[in-house]
Design a protein around this ligand. Structure first.
Ligand SMILES: [Zn+2]
Ligand SMILES: [Zn+2]
Ligand SMILES: [Zn+2]
Length: 371
């Protein structure tokens, strides 16, 4: 069954099928490199650990940003950006000052900004379907199927939003809860040009696309603006797919992520062909002389080292990241090989640490091996 929608571009349509539920299809053939959906987020935030690096409004990366004099938490590249953001920032600003030195999570700040957006009544889509009162009503929720753990963490984020908003008129507990539920499966990471995640945002139309680990559309960013661009030829009546997860991850880790936050197991071509001949096979290649059990331990240890590296990175301790990553690589790279996912990811960490410490020659050497 297809539904005509006035909010999608005319060459796209929403269809409901047994297998995929709702999805976005192209009514005509599209060549690779076509922008299918371009638009601004309903709301976005810069990750708190990147907050001094990027303008919170236009996302420009600059060394000389100015912070908000009141909360000293958000940073802008210009007065103009600060002014334009004030409508959204004014509500969180007082709250952030009040709870300092605690800092709100990115999710809490995004909930607050969405509540403000809702109450100011402006929309990012051209015309809302019947029955929808604002943009987020278009998006689906998996809330009834969430487990207790997830429900509890949603409750905590909503409570965080309440704390931040104090008694401002935009706060509404039911709406906040529904926003938080929908955000879990509908928000996007915002990437900089190096494909690092620097924040997150809610983009209504892109969120209507289903997932594949072998997507035919990717999300590109210019500041907060998102472009969904085809990476392959799309045939008439073909469905558009975007990826909800990190495509460099192994099948097992992708599936775990999709199951936890989106409540489905992926049956895309890459997932159903197991490891044969796919990217995964290359990425998980391991020295053949290892026993199955040893290989499992190697992976378990490797991924927990990667988690550790992520934490060091968040703290911005680049020297520690460098020693952690180079130690791991010295020990494991000959055994695991250049195409192994742990080695690829750890080299990215090493590269980041060199760049941040301005060790350009070393960074260049790693870049050569990353190619
Ligand atoms: Zn700016
Ligand atoms: Zn402020
Ligand atoms: Zn898949």
């Amino acid at each position: 069954m297809s539904t005509s929608s006035t909010f999608l571009p005319s060459f796209l349509e929403l269809k409901e099928t047994e297998e995929y539920g709702r999805g976005v299809y192209s009514v005509k053939e599209l060549s690779p490199g076509t922008d299918v959906i371009v638009g601004d987020p309903l709301a976005h935030v810069i990750s708190s650990h990147e907050r001094e690096m990027y303008c919170h409004h236009c996302l420009k990366k600059e060394r000389s940003l100015k912070k908000c004099g009141q909360c000293k938490f958000v940073w802008y590249c210009s007065r103009a950006c600060q002014r334009e953001d004030w409508l959204y920032h004014k509500v969180e600003c007082a709250g952030i000052s009040r709870i300092s030195p605690s800092i709100p999570t990115d999710t809490v700040r995004l909930i607050v900004r969405l509540l403000v957006r809702r109450s100011n009544g402006t929309s990012t889509v051209t015309s809302l379907p019947k029955g929808a009162q604002w943009d987020m009503d278009i998006l689906t929720t998996h809330a009834p199927r969430y487990n207790e753990e997830l429900k509890q963490s949603i409750g905590e984020q909503v409570f965080g939003a309440k704390l931040l908003m104090s008694d401002s008129k935009e706060y509404n507990p039911e709406v906040a809860f529904s926003i938080a539920c929908k955000m879990i499966s509908n928000s996007f990471s915002i990437l900089d040009w190096e494909m690092n995640s620097i924040g997150s945002g809610v983009y209504i139309l892109p969120a209507l696309l289903n997932h594949s680990c072998d997507p035919n559309v990717i999300a590109l960013f210019e500041g907060p603006k998102m472009r969904l661009r085809t990476t392959k030829k799309i045939f008439e009546n073909e469905q558009l797919f975007v990826s909800y997860t990190d495509l460099l991850e192994t099948r097992e880790r992708r599936q775990r992520h999709l199951q936890k936050y989106y409540l489905f197991s992926c049956n895309c071509p890459r997932c159903s062909s197991e490891f044969s001949g796919s990217l995964d096979e290359k990425l998980i290649k391991t020295a053949a002389d290892l026993k199955e059990s040893d290989r499992k331990t190697l992976y378990k240890d490797g991924f927990s080292k990667l988690d550790e590296a992520e934490n060091v990175k968040k703290k911005g301790d680049w020297a520690a990241l460098e020693s952690l990553a180079s130690e791991y690589l010295t020990k494991h790279s000959s055994r695991l090989g250049d195409t192994n996912i742990l080695i690829v990811k750890m080299r990215e960490c090493l590269m980041d640490s060199y760049i941040e410490q301005q060790k350009w020659r070393e960074a260049l050497q790693v870049a050569v091996t990353l190619k």
